[in-house]
Design a protein around this ligand. Structure first.
Ligand SMILES: [Zn+2]
Length: 169
């Protein structure tokens, strides 16, 4: 899944479910939802090194250690886990690496004939390169661009007074 969706989806869910959250903190920590994809830049580890369930556990523990703030640590954990959950259903990841060295993919869909599909498929980890070549990673797809423009339009409507004040100065 592309970065913009990894950023926006869990952020919006957090703001809806927990409206009292400090909004600046929620936006700032949402960048953590992009962190698992950094393994893309480490040769041959994409979709397992940082896409394992141990990455959110370890990283949010480190954050707790340094910030001594349970809320910050829990929100960090939530953002990191959201990445793995979204990736599980849009492509295969090695969720339990290194304990279980296979890529896992969850297929859930309901088509227009009302056929419900739920499948858990696993692949050998050696197929990650093949998988990536056949399905390239995107920085943006048309869905991402549309969602981004839609959100930008809604934010401009929401903050129209602030925006017009800014330009009147
Ligand atoms: Zn990912």
């Amino acid at each position: 899944m592309e970065p913009i969706m990894h950023f926006i989806i869990p952020l919006l869910i957090l703001l809806v479910v927990y409206p009292k959250v400090d909004k600046k903190l929620a936006v700032l920590l949402a960048f953590l939802a992009l962190a698992p994809d950094l393994d893309f830049f480490i040769d041959f580890t994409h979709r397992y090194l940082f896409h394992s369930i141990f990455f959110p556990v370890i990283l949010s523990s480190i954050i707790l250690f340094f910030t001594k703030n349970m809320q910050v640590s829990l929100i960090s954990f939530y953002y990191l886990m959201s990445h793995l959950v979204l990736d599980l259903t849009t492509g295969a990841i090695a969720l339990f690496w290194p304990l279980y060295q296979r890529l896992i993919e969850v297929k859930i869909s309901l088509d227009s004939w009302w056929h419900f599909e739920f499948d858990v498929i696993t692949y050998p980890i050696s197929r990650v390169r093949e998988h990536m070549i056949s399905r390239p990673s995107y920085y943006f797809t048309q869905e991402g661009i549309v969602v981004f423009l839609f959100l930008a339009a809604m934010l401009m409507i929401r903050y129209r007074k602030e925006i017009s004040k800014f330009f009147k100065k």
